[in-house]
Write a protein that binds this ligand. Structure first.
Ligand code: NAD
Length: 255
């Protein structure tokens, strides 16, 4: 395990998926934060950005899977792909660093590898790193428990036209929260809309005769997710090896 950060020393961070929509914001924010030090930025093999700075004046982007020999890092943050998350897990384990994975649509193989890694390092997998969505999930669970199965539950989510997965990881997280509360949500009642540059919108609706209740979260900036991931990773560096959630970071009940 690398030496843990002290209150005086910056948290040393590596970003995986560094040139992506999320990765670029993570690199820029980490590079600009005196409490953090961006010590590495990795991208998929053969990506045209390899060798370019991860942000103006920041470290150069290197290829995923190259083990950054001699590196010391406290945390690896991955917003890439399922394969990228696997590489990030190998890298974090090799360095003895904490691992926060924000990538969605992880394959069962990647999820199993992340679970295995959590025996050795702190691991946090979050389909959404915003406090607002954590609150929306908690509210959804509570509303489902109050309203019960006589209300029909549905989820509508909207994202930009380049998003690869549907439904979004956040929609699936909200569906899980509704079901945990005892809500009745049929599989066909999760609707995904793709278009334009929408960063992310989710509405959970409970409808019954004569009334409906809606819980809506709208993201207006990707920095929201990036800041949540950087704060989560910083928190994670102080934890024991294990499987952690954004609820743990935010001090919310696990369920
Ligand atoms: P993107 O396509 O813009 O960026 C992904 C980047 O990862 C690309 O630059 C790609 O080249 C790189 N990449 C792919 N395979 C890689 C590998 N093996 N190693 C290293 N880099 C690799 O996508 P995005 O919009 O930035 O989203 C990335 C992921 O984060 C998606 O799964 C998305 O759903 C998720 N996401 C999560 C949150 C959250 O709050 N947790 C918020 C937004 C997006």
């Amino acid at each position: 395990m690398s030496t843990p950060p002290t209150p005086q020393s910056p948290v040393r961070i590596i970003i995986s998926g560094a040139a992506g929509r999320m990765g670029a914001r993570l690199c820029a924010l980490a590079h600009g934060d005196p409490a953090l030090s961006l010590v590495g930025a990795v991208e998929r093999r053969g990506a045209p950005c390899i060798g370019a700075p991860a942000a103006p004046g920041a470290v150069a982007i290197t290829e995923s899977g190259s083990f950054l020999a001699g590196f010391q890092a406290h945390a690896v943050i991955d917003f890439s792909s399922s394969d990228g998350a696997l590489d990030a897990a190998r890298l974090a384990q090799h360095l003895g660093a904490a691992l926060l994975v924000g990538t969605t649509a992880l394959t069962p193989e990647t999820l199993a590898a992340l679970r295995a890694a959590s025996a050795h390092i702190p691991v946090l997998v979050a389909a959404n790193t915003s406090a607002g969505v954590a609150a929306a999930a908690a509210l959804t669970r509570t509303a489902a428990a109050i309203l019960g199965p006589t209300f029909d539950c549905s989820i509508v989510e909207a994202h930009h036209n380049a998003k690869k997965d549907a439904p979004s990881g956040t929609a699936l997280r909200l569906a899980e929260a509704a079901r945990e509360g005892g809500g009745r949500l049929q599989d066909g009642n999760i609707v995904s809309i793709r278009g334009g540059d929408v960063i992310g919108e989710h509405t959970v609706r409970f409808a019954a005769a004569g009334e409906y209740l809606e819980i809506t979260h709208r993201a207006t900036s990707r920095d929201l997710f990036a800041r949540g991931a950087l704060a989560g990773a910083t928190w994670l560096t102080r934890q024991k090896p294990g499987w952690w959630t954004m609820n743990d970071v935010l001090g919310l009940p696990a369920r």
